[in-house]
Design a protein around this ligand. Structure first.
Ligand SMILES: Cc1cc2nc3c(=O)[nH]c(=O)nc-3n(C[C@H](O)[C@H](O)[C@H](O)COP(=O)(O)OP(=O)(O)OC[C@H]3O[C@@H](n4cnc5c(N)ncnc54)[C@H](O)[C@@H]3O)c2cc1C
Length: 251
């Protein structure tokens, strides 16, 4: 029986009530066992005792709902537990659960890169329509502010893309990518935020207008810097892994 509330569930309304989908819930079955007592459950849409109490009105990603899910004496069949129902002696299983981030962080990074690329492509197309070309080989002191901005946006995007490809490639090849997934996510979330803000800025008032998609991309960008671990938390993970500190030693 599940009891509790989870705020900010992506597609929570769609998964729990508006489709024949399901929700994956991580819940504690044995508090005395600490992290080892956490299990994952599949709760099918329409299960009695699971309901939505709020749908967020958000800055961006408004095409996807973000809901508060409440579980009240929500009965889940034994067969819907992911993995063994036994509570193990160690928290190794929980480490496995956390490893799902190694797969999802590169996905969020890829989504950030898609938004950043759209904004950058739009800027480049608009500049070329106005007969402006970026002089890549020019000496730095001869570059215009605009050229510097566009080159910086391109460098940010390319760095994020390469980090993301590496993290995804390692995952695909069965290699541990915890460090690389956090690097990609931290970089891509920051890069897309900077790129889309700069794109709005470079296009002047039109960039801010709803006539174009730039303002939407700017609003959509920031979430990539927040969910699946914020930029700060991913930087913390990177620092821990590089310096060899545990989470207790570096928080
Ligand atoms: C639109 C949206 C959809 C979401 N969807 C889901 C979902 O489907 N499933 C799900 O489980 N979660 C979801 N979330 C939750 C999201 O993953 C978390 O909000 C996010 O990871 C931040 O965690 P928090 O809310 O605990 O932030 P907090 O820990 O309260 O952090 C607040 C701020 O403090 C900073 N901070 C915290 N600790 C440190 C530290 N040690 N050092 C430096 N800075 C620090 C954070 O980086 C952040 O900027 C969603 C959130 C949003 C906004």
């Amino acid at each position: 029986m599940l009891n509790g509330t989870k705020i900010f569930c992506t597609s929570g309304l769609m998964a729990a009530e508006k489709s024949e989908g399901f929700v994956v819930v991580w819940a504690t079955v044995d508090r005395s066992a600490g992290r080892a007592g956490i299990k994952a459950f599949v709760v099918e849409a329409g299960t009695a005792g699971m309901y939505v109490t709020k749908v967020e009105n958000k800055l961006g990603i408004r095409a996807s709902d973000t809901a508060t899910l409440v579980f009240e004496d929500c009965r889940v069949p034994l067969a819907n537990i992911l993995g063994s129902p036994e509570v193990p002696k160690t928290s190794e299983g929980f480490k496995g659960v956390m490893a799902t981030f190694d797969a999802t962080r590169p996905i969020v990074a890829a989504s950030a890169i898609g938004v950043g690329r759209a904004a950058l492509d739009f800027v480049n197309e608009t500049l070329s329509e106005h007969g402006i070309t970026i002089r890549y080989g020019a000496p730095p002191h001869k570059l215009t502010a605009l050229e510097r901005d566009v080159m910086d946006m391109e460098a940010q995007l390319e760095a994020a893309r390469l980090l993301t490809w590496r993290a995804a490639w390692m995952m695909d090849n069965g290699m541990r990518n915890n460090l690389e997934a956090s690097m990609a996510k931290a970089k891509a979330g920051l890069a897309v935020t900077l790129i889309t803000q700069k794109a709005v800025e470079l296009l002047g008032p039109l960039g801010y207008s709803r006539q174009l998609l730039l303002e939407k991309w700017m609003r959509d960008a920031k979430i990539n810097d927040i969910f699946e671990g914020t930029q700060q938390i991913n930087q913390l993970i990177v620092a821990r892994r590089i310096l060899g500190y545990s989470s207790k030693e570096l928080s």
